[in-house]
Design a protein around this ligand. Structure first.
Ligand code: DOR
Ligand code: ZN
Length: 362
């Protein structure tokens, strides 16, 4: 009897899911917003990530080094007490950006990328660039400073099908940009297509890409699953299943050109559930848990740490984080909604289950 009991216990232990301890990860693309809305979302991100690259698409945009440093202070004031958390700031590239501003950004040591939005490509991108030739001097300054250009890689040409905008951006803009500025470091943000995966794999070392959890988990069918799903609407749009599979292969490949950027983008419920809703999916409440799910399903869990915690830091010339987080196979239910300033937001997986949980926060 005793022997049988021991045997059974051993079997249970063998199949008990092992917790997964990782070097603390970084999120190289997140929207934190501002004010009371920011205060509602920063804790989710700061519990999981040691450093985050903060997008500058506020209204008005974060377009100068001084604005970025003031925004950084506001973010730090929203971080839970006792949590070591570093916002890595970005500048919004506009037609008015000067090479001197890039120098000021570089000298601050706190601004780590300049963000290029083609004007009209996405939420609050109206101050973006319409003609890249107008900012060539700024791009040359980036080349000299070593600060990467973070790119929203979609054309805005209304003639181009919305599902083809990333592919056409690579053909019409990115190839030329890489050739014209042979020293510039570029991060193609939130890639969504097989073509982008192939292009980054084949490109020079100074070209990298971030991948979101939602593009790894869903294809475009999720936009119309039983009805119109505004909370699955983001830009770039979800693509075909073959594209999703290419993203999963890239993320799990162990190639350091692909690293984590959630593009977690909170919007108030009313701004999503309306006749002309905003683009953006909120994943910060469960980001690492969702990536763990994807990597587990792909049989790539041993490569999650590289993707989440080392490759991005290396590309951005940052030291590895000293602390850790621990995830485990402890399912939990995502709340149906979360507080967001005066209103609420609907998080990804609202009311449904996440397979992985966070057992040791930072
Ligand atoms: O889905 C998105 N939401 N894509 C973006 O590029 C911007 C973001 C936002 O700020 O809401
Ligand atoms: Zn974004």
């Amino acid at each position: 009897m005793v022997a049988l009991g021991q045997c059974r216990q051993r079997r249970i232990l063998r199949f008990a899911p092992m917790p997964l301890t990782l070097r603390a990860p970084d999120d190289f693309h997140v929207h934190l917003r501002d004010g009371a809305e920011m205060a509602a979302v920063v804790p989710h991100t700061a519990l999981r990530f040691a450093r985050v690259l903060v997008m500058p698409n506020l209204q008005p945009p974060i377009a100068t080094a001084a604005q970025a440093l003031a925004y950084r202070e506001r973010i730090l004031a929203a971080v839970p007490r006792g949590t070591r958390f570093e916002p890595l700031m970005t500048l919004y590239l506009t037609a008015a950006t000067t090479p001197e501003e890039v120098q000021r950004a570089s000298a601050s040591g706190l601004i780590h990328a300049v963000k290029y939005y083609p004007a009209g490509a996405t939420t609050h991108s109206e101050h973006g660039v319409t003609d890249l030739r107008r900012v060539y001097r700024v791009l040359a300054a980036l080349e000299n400073s070593g600060i990467p250009l973070a790119v929203h890689g979609e054309v805005v040409d209304p003639e181009v099908d919305v599902f083809d905008r990333e592919r056409v951006f690579i053909e019409r803009v990115l190839i030329d940009l890489l050739e014209r500025f042979p020293g510039i470091k570029i991060v193609l943000e939130h890639i969504t297509t097989r073509e982008a995966v192939d292009f980054v794999f084949a490109g020079p070392e100074r070209l990298a890409a971030t991948i979101t959890a939602h593009h790894l988990l869903m294809n475009r069918n999720a936009l119309f699953d039983g009805g119109l799903r505004p909370h699955h609407y983001c830009l770039p749009l979800l693509k075909r299943e073959e594209d999703r599979q290419a993203l999963v292969r890239a993320a799990g490949s162990g190639n350091p050109k692909f690293f984590l950027g959630t593009d977690s983008a909170p919007h108030a419920r009313g701004a999503k559930e309306t006749s002309c809703g905003c683009a953006g999916i909120y994943t910060a409440h469960a980001a690492m848990e969702l990536y763990a799910e994807v990597f587990e399903e792909a049989g790539a869990l041993p490569r999650l740490e590289g993707f989440a915690s080392t490759f991005g830091a290396a590309f951005y010339d940052l030291p590895p984080n000293p602390d850790t987080i621990t995830l485990a196979r402890t399912p939990w239910r995502v709340p149906a909604s979360l507080p967001f300033g005066d209103g609420v937001l609907i998080p990804f997986r609202a009311g449904a289950e996440c397979r992985w949980g966070l057992v040791h926060e930072r």
